[in-house]
Structures are given as structure tokens and as C-alpha cells.
Design a protein around this ligand. Structure first.
Ligand code: ARG
Ligand code: GLU
Length: 717
């Protein structure tokens, strides 16, 4: 970063001490950008304790869990903690109607009971590096945009390859600030990750979708896994000979609890934020994109719910899918409320006016705002059509999804295009796919989803974006889709298996006449020919404008600038804090088990409880885990800036000890993905003492607690 900017930034930071907490910061830049502010807020560690390449540091206990969540190491035996909703897919994978771990929970009482999870990974960050210069150095001005991008890609490839040559590490490089900067991450990925423990859903998902994205919260949203390594403590595929991993660092667990105002930090892998959107973009999201997606998902949820309630097998098959659909359905609703409440569009317009003022007379920035406006107007129909494609045929209709996974085989099977080995590998992949698909598939549910969502698609989207076959049957979607479903081979597992046994050119040609295939093809052709080309050209123009905008902001407008989340390791910090959701309403920053009993309702799946938990709470039998007043804390809120992907992240105190596990945000606060507001954005964590109470007192798995390092009274060091 240029000197001028960092002086400006530190000046700004010192002026706005303590109040400003927003941001997801790069660990290697903490020393220069954040250390003094963090220490003034109460941090007892140095930046070097949090991130270092020379000594073990907090980062060595943080993992990317499967690439979609965060987790942390909490014992010298490679024990890891993440959310229940992050381990949900694995818990479901091991569940059946007879062994229903979703409902009853699962606890490995001895090492041999720890369950393997094919495909699940845990990735550590070995180190990171600023590679901006190497990526952008002397890029010729005469290159076209395409040539420039190709050159950058090729440089990235050679830098990453060089960085990990001769090691078992991997490397990736990501753009930051829309490509104004580039950083490389060297990673180590473990592949034998076993399920150790999960509470019943009535604890791990207590409050269900009713409480999701809401405060006050009473969810024990955690599950336990373990990293296994080979005899040399290196990553290895699953093997009986593997042993528990010995970490470079693991988090000690604080038994002290949290007070309002305590310094906290969240270390993890936030997925995606868009803090530098223009007001035009926010308006489009708020007024067009979100309402459409919300309404599609509402319909889908209603249908899934009906089938799940009617049949237990369907309930288990669709549990994970339902949770996924409902999660962002509700998030987008909250985001819109938050944007409204914070007057986000007006806030951005103000920032844009300040930008124009500050860059007056600088030629390159003139015309930037009208250019944004024009692009957003142009992209709107394509953005909306893309959303419908993604939300309906692409993500919700599973028969179409299965047919789509045959595209490569069916379209490239011509003998010259694929070697025999490649063909066999593709067929093997498809066999697995078919098996996995039917394991969690229900014909009646998928058919009704297809009928109802396609009715919506045809009704709400411009005819220009509707595949021809569907358009022809506009007035009889139900009859048309039902017939397609009845006739398609993609709804017949045995026929598909048989078909895959001797897959050749002839079979590929036969698939092309299948009605399910044709329906899928209609959507994919529409998307790839009529939607995506325009959409990506315009988005890439918008990205170039954004790159310039962000540069202008950082160079000329005072502000607190941090790169958008992009699934790389970040640190957010803030303090334990409450908030006022509405005029006249105040929320406290923590909840207790008393609230669990208040919400308890055996007739509502979201609020049912295991009898044993009710008994423990009624008896106040909390062991060493209760607070000084004898209450059992459950969750707490703080002002750390987090997003999706931060689930399972360690929430740490000023000394780097674990005080909680991040799992959610408050509803209005979800707009922090677009713009953060300190008054209305909170992250929600489960108190580590409640986690330990459930493991030890509820599940009787005290041997796991013995593995951990509990810290009492760490104040008097
Ligand atoms: N909202 C949280 C997150 O984004 C939790 C989601 C899981 N819980 C649920 N009820 N669907 O992941
Ligand atoms: N539940 C989210 C996740 O899966 C974290 C909550 C959020 O989006 O802040 O990562």
C-alpha cells in the first residue's frame, strides 16, 4: 500500500478510535493497519501472535472446513469445532430412519467410533504473500482487456506453481479491491476428517428456521470433528493407520465468559461481500433481484415442507436441501429490511457525492457515476433472467440437474473428442452422480417443484428468456412437465444404470431424444446463448469501473477501506455488544437456558427439546459451566463484521482464547454484506460454555472436554 494512503488511514483510525469496528482484515497486514487500534480496544496480543510465518500463531488453529465454513482446532489431538449447520451434510450422510443422527445426535465414545467422511477436507493457511507487483508488473497498456486477463491468468499460474514446487502444499491467488491488489495463499489440506460428535437437531438447530438470522437466539449450533494425518503428521487419504493430527496451535478455552464491551475477534473465511457497490447496484438488488429470489424460494419451501411433513423418508432426504433454500430466502428478506432501515441507498449516494467532490477535475474519474448507471440499466433484464435460471432449473429442479451433469458425456462422446480413459472416468463420475442423486430424491416432490416453479418462470420472465418448448406449452405447464417427468430416463435409476454400463455414441444419440434432456437443454441453451454473454460482458465492464472507483476512494476520500470478502482468511474485531432492533426495544447481549425453556414447545419441531436437556435445565445442573450468578449462558452478540463462510469461526477474547463459536447474524444486520452499520449489525455466537455443557453434562462425552485446555481466571496472569 502506498505510503500516503497508510498515513491517511492511520490518521483516520486514530481519529475514530474504538467507534469504528467494521472490516474484515488481512492477517498479514494487521501490524500496519490494525494493531494499535485493536490494542486500544483491549487486545492483549501483538499482530505477530495472531499471524506469523516465523512462529506458531493463532492462524495455525483456524481451518477452512470443507471450503464452505470455518472450523478451529481445540486440542492437541486434532479435535475441531465447527457449527452443527456446517456439519449438517455429514451428519445427514450418516443418518437413516433407523440411525437418525439428525434427530438424536451422535457421540463417538471411543476413537474407533469416529466416522469417516469421504470428500470432506480441512485446510490450513501456511502463509500469505502480497504478489501484486509480480501479477501486474509492466503489463503493457496496449493489451486488449481479453489479452490482459489472459496474461494475468498465466502469471498467476506460474507464480502459484513456483511457490509450491516440491512441497505437498497448494497455492491460490485472489484479486483484492477489484484487482488493484493480488495476494497469494499457500495452503495445506487434510483429507481424513472424521465426525466425532453432534447434538440432536433440537439443540444444534433449536429455533430452526423460525429463529434463523434472529436474535434473541438459543441454538447450540456446534459439531465436533477430528483431523487425521499419516504417521508423519502429513495429510493423507483416509486410512485405518492414520492418527490424530498434532496441530501447531490449538485454542485454549476461556471459562470466564463475556461482558458487554469486551474485546472480541473472529478469525475465519468470510465468503463474499460487496462493500463498494454503487447506489444503482444496491437499488437493483433491493427492488428487483431480492424480491424475485425471495418469492421463488417461498414457493419452493412451501412445496418441500408439504412433502416432508407427509413422509418421514422425504423429511430426511430433503432436510439439508430445505435448510439451504430457506437460509438465503430469509437472509435476503432481512437484507432488504436492513437496507431500508439504514437508508443504505441514501448513504451510498452521499459517499458518491463525496467522491465526486474529492476527485473534481481528475479526468479519469469524471463520468464514472453515469457509466455505472448506464451499465446497471443495461444489465437489469439479464441479471433478472440469470437469477431465474439459477434459482429454478439450475438449483431447484433436480431431474434437470441430473440431466445437466450428462452434458459432457452426451455432447463430447464423439470418438475423437475423448480418449477411452477419459470416457471411462466420465462414466464412473456419472455412476456416482446417479447414485447420490437418487439417494436423496423424491419424485413427487421434484415434480411438483418443477410444475409450480416453471409456471412462475413462464409467467414472470420475459418470453425472450423462456425456452421454446416451454413457451409452446405456456397454458398447460402442468400437463407438459408431468409428461416429461414420466417419460424421461433421468427419472429411472435402473435404466440409467443399465445405460451407463455400455455408454457409447449410440446411447449418447438416444439421450438426445429424451424429453427430460430436451427440457434441460432448452434452459441451458437459453442461458448460454441469450443470457450469459451479455451478462458477463456487462459485469466485466462494471468490474472495471469498480476497480477505478475503489482506487479513487482509497486515494482521495477518507474512509475505512478493507477488501471485500473472497473466501480468504480474515480477521474481524469488535466488542461484545447489544443493540436496539426498533424504537422502544432493547436487546441484551446474551441469552441463557431460561430462554430455552420459555421457547420450549413439544408440538413445534423448531422448538421441541430432548427430555434430558429439559431436566438438566430445570435442575440447574450445569456443573462447572455456569456463570458467576448460576445461570447457563447460551448465545451472545458482538459487533464483529462477518458473513457467510464465517460460520464455525472461532470467537476469541483479548488473549486469543476461545469464548464462542460464530454461527449467524441478526436479521437487519445481514445487509452488512453490502454496507455495514455499527448500530444495527451484530454477529451471533454460541457461548463456548454452553457447548461444553452439552458435550459433558448432556451427552456424557466428558472425555472430549478432558482433551481440551480450559482456562480459568486467566485475568491474573
Ligand atoms: N443463518 C446461518 C448461516 O447462514 C445458519 C443457517 C443454518 N440454520 C438454519 N436454520 N437453516 O449459515
Ligand atoms: N450462518 C452463516 C454461515 O454459514 C454465518 C452467518 C452469516 O452469514 O453471517 O457462514
Amino acid at each position: 500500500m502506498k505510503k500516503g494512503i497508510s498515513i491517511l488511514l492511520s490518521l483516520f483510525l486514530s481519529l475514530s478510535l474504538v467507534k469504528a469496528k467494521e472490516g474484515m482484515w488481512l492477517p498479514m497486514l494487521l501490524k500496519s493497519l490494525n494493531e494499535s487500534e485493536m490494542q486500544s480496544m483491549g487486545l492483549k496480543l501483538s499482530a505477530e501472535d495472531i499471524y506469523s510465518v516465523n512462529q506458531s500463531s493463532l492462524k495455525d488453529a483456524v481451518i477452512s472446513f470443507g471450503g464452505f465454513c470455518t472450523g478451529e482446532v481445540i486440542s492437541d489431538q486434532g479435535l475441531i469445532l465447527t457449527n452443527h449447520h456446517c456439519g449438517y451434510g455429514q451428519i445427514q450422510y450418516h443418518s437413516s430412519v433407523e440411525k437418525d443422527y439428525l434427530t438424536n445426535g451422535y457421540w463417538a465414545m471411543k476413537p474407533a467410533d469416529e466416522l469417516q467422511n469421504p470428500g470432506l477436507t480441512a485446510t490450513f493457511i501456511v502463509r500469505m504473500e502480497d504478489v501484486t507487483a509480480a501479477v501486474l508488473e509492466e503489463l503493457s497498456d496496449t493489451l486488449t482487456k481479453k489479452e490482459r486477463e489472459a496474461e494475468i491468468r498465466s502469471r498467476i499460474k506460474s507464480i502459484t506453481e513456483g511457490a509450491v514446487e516440491g512441497t505437498h502444499y497448494e497455492a491460490y491467488i485472489r484479486p483484492f479491491f477489484y484487482g488493484n491488489e493480488y495476494y497469494m495463499f499457500i495452503t495445506e489440506t487434510f483429507k481424513d476428517i472424521r465426525l466425532v460428535g453432534a447434538p440432536p437437531s433440537s439443540i444444534g438447530k433449536f429455533g430452526g428456521d423460525t429463529d434463523n438470522w434472529m436474535w434473541p437466539r438459543h441454538t447450540g449450533d456446534f459439531s465436533l470433528f477430528r483431523i487425521y494425518a499419516d504417521k508423519d503428521n502429513k495429510p493423507a487419504e483416509y486410512s485405518e493407520d492414520n492418527v490424530p493430527y498434532k496441530p501447531k496451535h490449538y485454542f485454549p478455552i476461556s471459562m470466564e465468559g463475556v461482558k458487554k464491551g469486551d474485546f472480541t475477534m473472529v478469525y475465519g473465511f468470510p465468503g463474499r461481500t460487496q462493500e463498494y457497490l454503487s447506489s444503482y447496484a444496491i437499488e437493483q438488488i433491493k427492488e428487483e433481484i431480492n424480491p424475485a429470489r425471495i418469492s421463488i424460494r417461498e414457493k419452493a419451501l412451501e412445496i418441500m415442507d408439504k412433502h416432508m411433513k407427509a413422509d418421514d423418508t422425504v423429511r430426511i432426504k430433503y432436510a439439508s436441501k430445505y435448510a439451504r433454500v430457506s437460509n438465503y430466502w430469509k437472509k435476503w428478506m432481512g437484507e432488504n429490511r436492513g437496507l431500508q432501515k439504514a437508508d443504505a441507498i441514501e448513504m451510498k449516494q452521499k459517499q458518491e457525492r463525496a467522491f465526486l467532490e474529492a476527485t473534481k477535475g481528475m479526468e479519469q474519474y469524471q463520468g464514472l457515476m453515469p457509466a455505472f448507471e448506464k451499465r446497471y440499466q443495461a444489465i437489469e433484464p439479464y441479471a433478472q433472467a440469470r437469477s431465474y435460471f439459477v434459482e429454478i432449473p439450475y438449483r431447484k429442479l433436480e431431474m434437470i440437474g441430473l440431466a445437466a451433469s450428462f452434458r459432457k458425456a452426451v455432447e463430447n462422446i464423439k470418438d475423437k473428442e475423448m480418449s477411452d480413459e477419459a470416457k471411462q472416468a466420465e462414466v464412473d463420475r456419472l455412476k456416482k452422480k446417479v447414485k447420490a442423486h437418487f439417494k436423496n430424491f423424491d419424485y413427487a416432490t421434484d415434480l411438483e417443484l418443477a410444475v409450480e416453479l416453471l409456471k412462475k418462470y413462464v409467467k414472470e420472465l420475459d418470453d425472450a428468456f423462456v425456452p421454446k418448448d416451454l413457451l409452446k406449452n405456456k397454458d398447460n405447464i402442468e400437463g407438459f412437465v408431468t409428461k416429461v417427468y414420466e417419460n424421461s430416463i433421468f427419472n429411472k435409476e435402473e435404466e440409467l444404470d443399465f445405460f451407463l454400463k455400455k455408454f457409447n455414441r449410440g446411447s449418447a444419440n438416444r439421450v438426445k431424444t429424451d424429453q427430460g434432456w430436451k427440457l434441460m437443454k432448452g434452459f441451458y441453451d437459453m442461458y448460454y446463448n441469450e443470457i450469459r454473454p451479455e451478462y458477463s460482458d456487462l459485469s466485466s465492464e462494471i468490474d472495471s469501473l469498480s476497480k477505478l472507483y475503489v482506487k479513487g476512494l482509497r486515494d482521495h476520500v477518507e474512509g475505512r477501506y478493507y477488501p471485500d470478502a473472497n473466501s480468504t482468511l480474515r480477521l474481524a474485531y469488535g466488542e461484545v455488544d447489544d443493540y436496539e432492533p426498533a424504537d422502544g426495544v432493547e436487546y441484551t447481549h446474551f441469552t441463557t437456558t431460561e430462554g430455552i425453556l420459555q421457547k420450549y414447545d413439544p408440538s413445534n419441531v423448531d422448538f421441541d427439546l430432548p427430555d434430558r436437556l429439559v431436566e438438566l435445565i430445570k435442575a440447574g445442573d450445569y456443573g462447572q459451566y455456569k456463570d458467576d450468578e448460576g445461570h447457563m449462558p447460551v448465545c451472545f452478540t458482538a459487533s464483529n463484521h462477518t458473513t457467510g463462510g464465517n460460520s464455525g469461526s472461532p470467537v476469541l477474547n483479548a488473549k486469543g482464547e476461545l469464548i464462542g463459536l460464530n454461527f449467524d447474524r441478526n436479521w437487519e444486520g445481514t445487509m452488512s454484506d453490502i454496507t455495514y452499520d455499527i448500530d444495527q449489525c451484530r454477529n451471533i455466537s454460541v457461548d463456548i460454555r454452553y457447548v461444553l455443557f452439552v458435550v459433558d453434562k448432556f451427552a456424557g462425552a466428558g472425555h472430549l472436554v478432558k482433551e481440551m485446555k480450559l482456562v480459568h481466571n486467566s485475568q491474573e496472569k
